[in-house]
Write a protein that binds this ligand. Structure first.
Ligand code: CO
Length: 138
């Protein structure tokens, strides 16, 4: 049912510092500029690796869903993993029918395609993001 692992989401208190870490210490030279995503309450940047991406997310605005996470993990930490699916509506129904709590209506995510999140209590403690695969792969 699920497709490729698209990215691992990492919550960070300071995205510029996190970018500097991946650039200067880990030696990654392909990192996107930070962008605000107000509907999701995050500022994000992607660390592009041959095998996939690390998504750095910093709270944006007062009601960011990752503020609580950062209160518990002030230095930041691994926050979610994201799998691609072909059709987000179909996948949401499939998961809900199997007792998974789907946390939101499909909404536009950082890749410009629809995403939903699944309750970590139903998936071994891992917050899972499902994202519709981009229609045109380059
Ligand atoms: Co994500």
């Amino acid at each position: 049912m699920i497709g490729p692992l698209n990215h691992v989401g990492v919550a960070v208190p300071n995205i510029e510092k996190a970018i500097a870490f991946y650039r200067d210490i880990m030696g990654v030279n392909d990192i996107t500029e930070p962008k605000d995503l107000p509907p999701q309450g995050v500022t994000y940047a992607f660390v592009n690796l041959p095998s996939g991406q690390v998504e750095l997310i910093q709270p944006y605005g007062e009601k960011s869903p990752i503020s609580k996470f950062l209160k518990r993990n002030p230095k930041g930490g691994q926050h979610h993993i994201c799998f691609e699916v072909k059709d987000i509506h179909e996948a949401s129904i499939f998961m809900a029918e199997r007792g998974m709590r789907v946390l939101n209506e499909p909404r536009i995510g950082a890749h410009g395609t629809l995403v939903v999140f699944l309750h970590p209590g139903d998936s071994g403690g891992v917050l899972i993001e499902l994202m519709e695969s981009p229609k045109e792969d380059h």
